[in-house]
Design a protein around this ligand. Structure first.
Ligand SMILES: *[C@@H]1O[C@H](CO)[C@@H](O)[C@H](O)[C@H]1NC(C)=O
Ligand SMILES: *[C@@H]1O[C@H](CO)[C@@H](O)[C@H](O)[C@H]1NC(C)=O
Ligand SMILES: *[C@@H]1O[C@H](CO)[C@@H](O)[C@H](O)[C@H]1NC(C)=O
Ligand SMILES: *[C@@H]1O[C@H](CO)[C@@H](O)[C@H](O)[C@H]1NC(C)=O
Ligand SMILES: *[C@@H]1O[C@H](CO)[C@@H](O)[C@H](O)[C@H]1NC(C)=O
Length: 480
């Protein structure tokens, strides 16, 4: 080697060595349940979420980040990097007594991160199957789990129907009975942070809050923040959002105190749109949770980091989908996803505002409900009925039960296909399918192409063996 080559070579070697010995960043993934587009401070100044707002504003607000219309499918995408129509989870959610799950041959994000040396912890709601131990969090890549298996339950009593649903790892856990779950989960997350040495290990903390799914329950002091809101459901709901924000604030305080923030990426997203029947609001977007409209599928989301983002304090409008978080987070951790995954690495898009590698995505394909939607560029094609709630639901102002006010139930599309230009009409007021039949055709063809790889929805019938009476009054694995 020539003399003048030696110094640069040494330099390069040194840089590579120091890069490879740098510890992979800590990753905190926070998911809010049924949080509406209009229910975060950075979209609506009426909402008091100072901790989230601060991170959103000093990080990168994701303004074109899509999720599935409902809980289980979105969580499936986060954990696998695959669309639910590739795992059989595209139809509705896994109900308490239905033996559904992510098939065992899919590798989960925590499993991948464990291979890279991460400590992996989960605090909150699973909703990805529990009929057999092998489908539960501690068998799907998490070192520890505190939380519940099903989709909903009381915030204090942890009861869903006739069963108790709360665990620490595999054990039914009773000490937190009676405590509001936002507090329980914040304390648990903080215990984990205190048990990890941020200089010696890399942490993956998955924090899918119970907040702000129904039932509408919150300690009075949070509801009192909104004493000016007349509608009881909305007032309670907003209090729930603020309780979650306080929990996040408590956790980020400890992240900072313990030195995690120097090398950390935090992602916050809703799992689907809000449910107006329980106080949430998606304005100006159309539709509701469990619909293919933007109100059901456009997630309130941001990323935050004090060291890893090259550009901050801006709103990112590049197209991304929940399936993309798997390869993106894996990339940040220094890993690579298995080939064939649906997700795409969005790290250059998020951290540098580079244009998105994604030009299309699937909102969902549900062959049982016979509906689907696809996005190609600015256009969105909806096939069949988008769902049951098709209006632009206003903020409830009166002291009424919002649950009685669903005026959109009777939606009936005359056309089998609806076409929207989301860039110019993000609120889906104008179906332009008749005006642009060629665009409809083009998107139909793309959708048919995607449908070829559809895995039929796995929706087994309810199984009476799930009944909590066989498990000392708890929802427990062991019946499939
Ligand atoms: C962010 O999304 C909202 C809702 O779809 C839309 O109205 C707004 O124009 C978007 N902002 C930008 C900068 O694109
Ligand atoms: C899992 O198995 C199913 C059924 O055999 C197959 O369709 C699918 O491609 C597999 N997925 C992965 C990620 O291995
Ligand atoms: C946040 O921490 C404060 C102070 O310890 C505590 O009073 C409050 O209950 C915590 N809030 C949540 C939601 O955990
Ligand atoms: C991000 O990229 C978009 C599209 O290229 C551009 O309009 C916007 O100004 C960029 N924002 C920042 C903060 O770089
Ligand atoms: C059965 O459930 C009760 C609460 O309903 C609990 O106190 C008790 O510890 C449980 N027994 C076992 C063996 O888990």
């Amino acid at each position: 080697m020539r003399r003048e080559m030696i110094l640069p070579t040494l330099l390069v070697t040194f840089v590579l060595l120091s890069l490879s010995s740098a510890r992979p960043p800590h990753i905190v993934l926070i998911v809010a349940d049924d949080l509406g587009w209009n229910d975060v401070g950075w979209h609506n100044p009426q909402i008091y979420t100072p901790n989230l707002d601060k991170m959103a504003q000093n990080g990168v607000i994701l303004n074109s980040s899509y999720v599935q219309p409902i809980c289980t499918p979105t969580r499936n995408s986060l954990m696998t990097g695959f669309y639910p129509y590739h795992t059989g989870l595209q139809h509705f959610v896994i109900l308490d007594d239905i033996p559904g799950y992510i098939p065992s041959n899919f590798t989960t994000l925590p499993q991948k991160l464990k291979q890279l040396g991460y400590s992996t912890h989960m605090v909150g709601k699973w909703h990805l199957g529990y009929c057999n131990w092998k489908y539960t969090p501690t068998y799907r890549g998490f070192d520890s789990f505190m939380g519940y298996y099903n989709g909903r339950e009381g915030y204090y009593n942890h009861k869903e129907g006739t069963g108790y649903d709360f665990r620490l790892n595999e054990d039914v856990h009773y000490p937190t009975h009676g405590e509001y779950s936002a507090h329980t989960f914040a304390k648990r997350a903080i215990d984990i942070l205190n048990s990890v040495d941020p200089q010696k290990e890399s942490l993956f903390l998955y924090l899918p809050f119970q907040s702000v799914h129904e039932p509408l329950e919150v300690p009075e002091k949070y509801e009192n923040i909104y004493s000016h809101i007349q509608n009881k459901e909305r007032r309670t709901y907003c209090g729930m959002v603020s309780a979650m924000d306080e929990a996040v604030g408590n956790i980020t305080t400890v992240l900072r105190e313990r030195g995690f923030m120097d090398n950390l990426l935090l992602v916050f997203t809703s799992d689907n749109g809000g449910n107006f029947q329980y106080g949430a609001n998606n304005l100006p977007l159309r539709g509701n949770k469990n619909t293919l409209w933007e109100g059901g599928t456009k997630g309130a989301a941001f990323v935050y980091s004090e060291t890893l983002l090259k550009k901050t304090n801006y709103e990112n409008t590049e197209m991304m989908h929940a399936v993309d978080l798997f390869p993106t987070l894996l990339h940040v951790a220094g890993g690579i996803p298995d080939p064939g995954i649906d997700g795409m690495n969005m790290w250059p898009t998020i951290s540098e505002n580079k244009s998105s590698p994604r030009t299309e995505f699937i909102y969902n394909i549900d062959e049982i409900d016979k509906n689907a939607a696809i996005r190609v560029g600015d256009y969105k094609l909806i096939e069949g009925s988008p769902g049951q709630s098709n209006d632009w639901y206003p903020l409830p102002t009166r002291e009424v039960d919002v649950q009685q006010e669903d005026s959109g139930d009777s939606f009936s599309a005359d056309t089998e296909y609806q076409l929207f230009d989301i860039k110019n009409d993000p609120t889906e007021h104008f179906d332009i399918s008749e005006k642009y039949p060629d665009v409809v055709d083009r998107l139909k063809k793309r959708l048919e192409e995607y449908k070829k790889s559809l895995v039929p929805a796995h929706v087994p019938p309810p199984d009476p063996k799930a009944n909590p009476k066989y498990y000392n009054g708890t929802w427990s694995p062991g019946w499939c």
